[in-house]
Write a protein that binds this ligand. Structure first.
Ligand SMILES: Cc1cc2nc3c(=O)[nH]c(=O)nc-3n(C[C@H](O)[C@H](O)[C@H](O)COP(=O)(O)OP(=O)(O)OC[C@H]3O[C@@H](n4cnc5c(N)ncnc54)[C@H](O)[C@@H]3O)c2cc1C
Ligand code: FES
Ligand code: FES
Length: 1347
């Protein structure tokens, strides 16, 4: 990069001005931007400049899809309209000249008319917090614009680039299935085979008589009518047809965007500005600018250059212009594969296989093939194929062009190619080929993920033989560049394709493709093993094909064949079973009915307002945090000078600016702003306030801090070694442990580690603080689960009474415990800045900051000793838990108490002793996360019970059943299990999952397949409901009835997508006897209901529901005389009469859970109000060679009592389950040994995606379970089902056991959580793993450590 060329401004465009107007259309309206900033993204422009906040910011790196919009272009040469979904967060506005943008606001609204894609996701219960919803709506909309009758596979493909953290995806797919050709019901619009609603066949679809009605009725949906879609703006059409393509020129004070009109001009400009960045899709450059702080003063956009977009079919292959998008490449290759004989298209098929798993649709729609090559990433997915296939590249500069073959000379170093600075890549030729070619990609998650190892291999044989003539083995992820394993390939030339060749290939590859044990990305053994395993897959595939050609080669054994199969999944299917309300229930009484989330429609149209969607306040400024880059250090100096000079800078805020107390945190052991010392990377040191977000962030990055480093403690093991624990060390003990072990026939010891988890709420933390100008009053708009805690800590920091602070929460884009206590980190700092400046201050954390600062689920490590009888009955358990608590105590003691109180999960053990150590480390403080320690506590239980079964050689389900609690038994904390339903859940789950048949089928499958194995597990859960801190078990409500009969309901709980407000309206509706439509909840605020507990612990419906009921009952009592006087009157009549009679139509409700109060010291008192129970059975298939797995099926039976709303409850079950799937099988936080979080966004931290849901998912809400402890006999549901996802983990472990048995290994083995592809592969010991031994741990510094 160079300084901006000062002559640039003098360059004239063809209109004769020095820079151009950018013309594009948004939702049909023309936008003319006279000052287009080359660095501004479409997302910022939509939200800030055009005031269209429906499109959301979830990550800014193309990884979540929340920002999806549709672009449409007219292509004059083809006379065609092109519609495609893109990520607005990566699309530079300058790339939009003569483009039409459609956002979620443009396709429908609640007030106007809903579009079917908006209506269906909402009514299909596919929107919980709703933050992902606009993006998902737009992905579906773009799909339908191109293909009004998609297949389910098309829908799944369209969603590869979208994430949702709440729903578990099933309801979204189910809702949109109604728009596919596979749909059971067309919603009345008719299909070729006739409409079920008119031909009377509707009932024939229901085969299972046991099924309750569906959670939605597709017949209610408005049909999709493609002729009614928003039209392409006519003015844009004529502009596109008539405007001569001429060069464009946009500039800001930092960068210039040049869009030349033709190739000649492009090459001239590249000659003049050799450091100019060529930008096509901006999917790589955009990330560099945003996250790597890169500045590219000159950007060259070849959007208008036909040569770079051309596709030419030649005798040798297909030539793609370097700017052809990946979608376009895929379409052309697919057509060629269909049209040409198979022997010509092997390379094409390999490219298509890589494209299948390349990013998501939004990225593929804009990312260019040339961009992938030129980025020269060592984990590029296409470069290995291009190399293995010897593709040809045409390079060009102003004066000449050259054609080079893509081989190992093309990449000259990490992200560097042989191109000269003035050269550009013009095109790539992908050849027809007679070779055998295969491509492989192994990533942590299958969809939209970057590779761990990616490879392509090609071989040709001397005609008529199996003698190798040419072999190319190309790997990504094994070196700083894509590499060819040349030594191995050379050794194998002239050799016959057979077992000996395989052996030599593997030992040679193991030697040739080594990795330093400290290599970035880690997973050294796994990556090395993969190089061999993938070659083995190729070997078998080729062997099979050679056999098919009649050549004399070894036959591939039938049980090896599954290793050659290309990955495919069945389309998802699901069943939801719930108990209908009794027929006697009044039709107006909505309790127990599957009422849609009350905000769902607004969420689907983008009209629902989240904190950062609020328009800017007058005089508002923006804040960016300054955080520590060291885990443990003394701050020596802070230099603000560079920040002070940066544009828009207003002020810095440091500890000295805090007017009140700098002490903060739930346990008052944290600082608002670090004072002299930092104790974790991400510790907030200060903040910069500037006029805009961008300016604040740039200024914050300019602050220089000098540290004196101190020894940090990062991992649990380091904390144990240093005895670095917070006090107290909790214990829970019952029975006589010594006697228990004496009684035992066997004693077994083990250990396990469970990794942490990032909340990954789609909406990051955000606060807007508005000083009110008098008496120190300040109003805060916060995305928090804990308004009262926020109020009290802000008041403390500002040194003012709590009555001057009002906290408002409208809704959150997800919380999951992450916004319970840690939101105050941000809201206190923002308040201090607002107080200092007397101006409104806003800050929404970027995803990487949010992940860095706010902590997550505690990693846990446990050591256990179990004593058991020959029968499998466990009689003694001694367990020590260690949690990685981080740099403050926060809620960690309560989390540990919950882990301990769930240490036996659902098993009755006479003698137990559990200890809980809170490891004090230099990581950001870990905190509440759905399940709150329960899942970790229970996970170890399921692990030792699996060990017991394995050591006895008995089926795990039998050992579990033997140990399962009986009705009325006592827990280790001496609580009687009343109204016990776990046995009912267990039996129903066994029968619904057809467990016995499935077990037999799994065993048969495993006998028939060596390299893929299936596993099955059934796991129970018992989850205690109540806050363990007794005082939190209270709630308030405030209900106003206005004279028109409308009701304003307020309660202490916050809405984060879990449907709490919907349930509360249902409760109020029943008690008051008025329809839901008369009741409104506006927000949660500290000025309506004070001193509220955080919305957490799954107890909010119980607590707030009872408080709402109480308030409504009071109002009923006051209205009663008027109802009696006028029994035939209407609600409005009674309300009016009461008002005129001077009756108070506002009531406070209150509730506290009775009979609670447990003491850990004495092990006495009641810890929980009641227990929620559930059981899940899961089946998986593991690819033993790669460690990848498929979730084949899951059956869940959950006791939610008498459901208040089965649609919401099933949504909670499925959402929690999928979050658990992430916890136990996928999500990994990587920390460096120095305590730096390395995974800070969706690119490196993978939550489950659409493709991860079990292909068959059955959720049944237990019928007729006795329960009377919570509102209307319902039960808590938010957290309890999460642990059921461990059934997937143990099914994986079951499958691994089957693989290990093939290598003669039996008995218990350690598998830490999550069961990532790496862990699965490493546990499947076989001939390939043996070739890649583990490096001696003492001799290197690993890239990441298990914290
Ligand atoms: C969410 C996400 C997921 C991704 N997933 C994958 C994946 O699964 N597999 C994978 O391999 N990659 C992946 N990528 C990386 C990236 O999308 C690809 O590398 C993409 O092909 C880049 O194309 P682009 O047009 O967006 O490049 P740009 O960002 O526009 O440019 C990239 C680089 O190429 C140079 N360049 C582009 N064209 C030329 C040319 N004609 N001549 C000279 N230089 C040129 C640019 O100067 C720049 O340095 C992903 C990226 C994101 C953001
Ligand atoms: S915000 Fe654009 S993909 Fe996440
Ligand atoms: S509803 Fe999808 S992220 Fe909340």
């Amino acid at each position: 990069m160079r300084e901006l060329d000062t002559n640039m401004g003098d360059r004239m465009n063809c209109a004769g001005s020095s820079f151009d107007d950018l013309v594009f259309f948004v939702n049909g309206k023309k936008v003319v931007e006279t000052n287009a900033d080359p660095e501004m993204t479409l997302l910022t422009y939509l939200r800030r400049t055009l005031g269209l906040p429906g499109t959301k910011l979830g990550c800014a790196e193309g990884g979540c899809g929340a920002c999806t919009v549709m672009l449409s272009k007219y292509q004059p040469h083809a006379q065609k309209l092109l519609h495609y979904a893109v990520n607005a967060c990566l699309a530079p506005i300058c790339s939009l000249h003569l483009v039409s943008v459609t956002t979620v606001e443009g396709i429908g609204s609640v007030a106007r008319q809903l579009h079917p894609v908006q209506e269906r996701i909402a009514k299909g219960h596919g929107s919980q917090c709703g933050f992902c919803t606009p993006g998902i709506v737009m992905s579906m909309y773009a799909l339908l614009r191109n293909n009004p009758t998609p297949k389910m596979a098309d829908v799944e493909e369209a969603f590869q680039g979208n994430l949702c953290r709440c729903t578990g995806y099933r309801p979204i797919l189910e809702a949109y299935k109604t728009l596919t050709v596979e749909s059971g019901c067309c919603g009345g619009k008719g299909r070729e085979n006739g409409c079920c609603m008119t031909n009377g066949k509707a009932e024939e679809k229901e085969t299972d008589v046991d099924l309750a009605p569906r959670l939605f009725n597709a017949a209610d949906f408005a049909p999709l009518d493609p002729t009614q879609e928003v039209i392409f703006p006519p003015e844009l059409m004529s502009l596109s047809k008539t405007q001569k393509t001429c060069s464009l020129h946009f500039r800001s004070d930092r960068a210039v965007w040049l869009q030349p009109a033709n190739l000649e001009e492009f090459l001239d400009l590249k000659f003049k500005h050799p450091d100019a960045r060529v930008v096509v899709g901006n999917t790589e450059v955009g990330i560099e600018v945003k996250f790597k702080n890169m500045l590219y003063p000159v950007i060259l956009a070849p959007a208008f250059i036909p040569e770079l977009h051309r596709v030419t079919h030649t005798y040798e292959g297909i030539v793609f212009g370097a700017a052809c998008t990946l979608t376009q490449v895929g379409e052309v290759l697919k057509e060629a594969v269909e049209a040409l004989p198979p022997y010509m298209t092997q390379v094409f098929i390999a490219v298509l296989e890589q494209l299948r798993w390349f990013a998501g649709q939004q990225i593929r729609n804009v990312a260019a093939v040339g961009g992938n090559i030129m980025t020269a990433s060592p984990i590029s997915d296409l470069n290995p194929v291009f190399m293995a296939a010897s593709c040809k590249l045409t390079l060009m500069d102003k004066d000449s062009s050259r054609v080079v073959q893509m081989d190992d000379t093309f990449f000259v170093g990490y992200r560097r190619t042989m191109l000269r600075p003035q050269e550009i890549l013009l095109s790539i030729e992908i050849p027809y080929s007679r070779k055998f070619v295969s491509a492989f990609k192994q990533s942590p998650r299958r969809e939209d993920d970057i590779s761990i190892v990616t490879a392509a291999m090609s071989v040709t044989f001397t005609p008529g033989t199996c003698v190798v003539e040419d072999l190319r083995l190309s790997y990504g992820g094994m070196a700083p560049t894509t590499v060819l394993a040349k030594n191995t390939a050379n050794k194998l030339l002239g050799r016959c394709w057979g077992e000996k060749l395989l052996e030599e290939a593997c030992s040679s590859l193991a030697e040739e493709l080594t990795l330093d044990p400290s290599v970035p990305g880690g997973m050294v053994i796994y990556r090395r093993t993969l190089t061999l395993s993938l070659f083995y897959k190729f070997y078998l595939t080729v062997l099979q094909k050679l056999g098919g050609q009649g050549l004399n080669v070894e036959e591939v054994r039938s049980n090896f064949l599954s290793a050659t199969e290309i990955y495919h999944q069945e389309p998802p299917s699901s069943v939801q079973i719930y108990q209908e309300v009794p027929q006697t229930q009044h039709p107006d009484d909505v309790v127990g009915r599957p009422v849609m989330h009350l905000s769902a429609l607004k969420q689907a149209t983008g009209e629902a307002v989240y904190c950062d969607d609020m328009p800017l306040f007058e005089n508002e400024v923006y804040l960016a945090l300054i955080t520590s880059s060291k885990a443990h250090a003394r701050i020596l100096s802070i230099d603000e000078s560079a920040a002070e000079c940066s544009p828009g800078f207003i002020c810095c805020v440091f500890a000295a600016d805090i007017p009140g107390s700098n002490t903060t945190g739930i346990m008052h052991d944290e600082t608002v702003l670090a004072d002299g010392q930092v104790t974790c990377v991400g510790h907030i040191i200060g903040a910069v306030v500037a006029d805009t977000q961008l300016h604040a962030q740039r200024a914050a990055k300019a602050i220089r801090i000098q540290y004196e480093e101190l020894q940090p403690i990062i991992t649990i093991q380091e904390a144990i070694a240093a005895k670095s624990f917070y006090q107290p060390i909790r214990t829970l003990q019952k029975g006589d442990l010594e006697a228990g072990f004496k009684q035992a026939d066997h004693i077994l010891e083990g250990e396990m580690h469970i990794g942490g988890q990032e909340h990954f709420y789609l909406e990051t933390n955000v606060t807007v603080a508005v000083p009110r100008g008098e008496d120190d009053e300040i109003e805060l708009f916060v995305s928090t689960q804990a308004p009262s805690e926020t109020q009290s800590l802000v008041a403390m920091a500002l040194g003012i009474p709590a009555n001057r602070v009002v906290v408002h929460v409208k809704r959150m884009g997800g919380g999951f415990g992450g916004k319970e206590s840690r939101t105050t980190l941000l809201s206190t700092v923002v308040s201090v800045a607002a107080h200092k400046l007397r101006r409104p201050v806003r800050c929404m954390l970027d995803r990487d900051e949010d992940m860095l600062i706010t902590g997550g689920r505690h990693p846990f490590y446990a050591k256990y000793k179990v004593g058991f009888l020959k029968s499998g009955k466990v009689v003694a358990l001694d367990v020590s838990y260690y949690s990685n608590t981080g740099n403050s105590r926060d809620l960690s003691l309560s989390v540990m108490e919950r882990a301990l109180s769930h240490m036996e999960n659902s098993y009755s053990i006479a003698n137990v002793h559990g200890r809980g150590f809170l490891c004090r480390t230099n990581l950001p403080s870990n905190t509440a996360f759905r399940g709150f320690g329960g899942p970790q506590g229970m996970m170890f239980a399921e692990n030792w019970i699996t060990d017991v079964a394995q050591s006895l050689g008995r089926p795990a389900d039998e050992v579990r059943r033997i140990n399962l609690y009986q009705r009325g038994e006592l827990t280790p904390f001496n609580q009687v299990l009343e109204q016990y339903t776990l046995d009912l859940c267990w039996d129903e789950c066994l029968s619904r999952s057809r467990y016995r048949q499935s077990r037999a089928a799994v065993e048969l499958y495993n006998r028939q397949n060596r390299w893929t194995k299936r596993g099955l597990a059934i796991v129970p859960t018992k989850f205690g409901i109540s806050f363990t801190a007794v005082f939190l078990n209270q709630a308030g409500a405030l209900v106003h009835i206005y004279t028109d009969g409308s009701v304003l309901l307020t309660h202490g709980g916050t809405e984060m997508g879990q449907g709490l407000h919907t349930k509360m309206v249902q409760v109020a509706s029943r008690v008051l006897g008025v329809p839901c439509s008369k009741i409104h909840i506006s927000e949660t605020s500290t000025q309506t209901v004070p001193n509220t507990s955080p919305t957490a612990a799954s107890a909010s419906s119980d607590l707030n529901g009872a408080a709402v009921k109480n308030a409504c009952q009071l109002l009923n009592e006051r209205l009663e005389p008027y109802k009696s006087k006028n029994p035939k009157g209407s609600w409005e009549d009674w309300v009016k009469a009461a008002y005129l009679d001077r009756v108070n139509l506002s009531a406070n409700g209150f509730y506290k859970t009775p009979d609670l109060g447990y003491d850990f010291e004495t092990n006495s008192g009641r810890l929980f109000n009641y227990f929620s129970y559930g059981v899940a059975c899961s089946e998986v298939e593991v690819d033993c060679l790669t460690g990848a797995h498929k979730n084949l099926s899951t059956t869940i039976v959950m006791d939610v009592g008498v459901s208040l709303n089965p649609a919401i409850d099933i949504g909670q079950v499925e959402g929690a389950f999928m979050q658990g799937v992430g916890l136990f099988t996928l999500e990994e936080l990587h920390y460096s040994p120095e305590g730096v979080l390395l995974s800070r966004g969706p690119g490196s931290y993978k939550i489950p995606a659409f493709g991860d849901i079990p292909r068959k998912l059955t959720v049944s809400l237990l019928r007729d379970g006795a329960h009377d402890k919570a509102i209307f006999a319902s039960k808590a549901v938010g957290e309890p089902p999460l642990f059921l996802a461990s059934s997937v983990f143990f099914a994986i472990k079951d499958a691994i056991s089957a693989a290990r048995a093939e290598s003669g290994i039996a008995g218990p083995f350690r598998l830490d959580s999550p069961a990532s592809a790496e862990r699965i592969r490493n546990a499947c010991n076989d001939r390939f793993t043996k070739l890649c031994p583990v490096a001696d741990p003492g001799i290197f510094r690993p890239w990441s450590v298990q914290v």
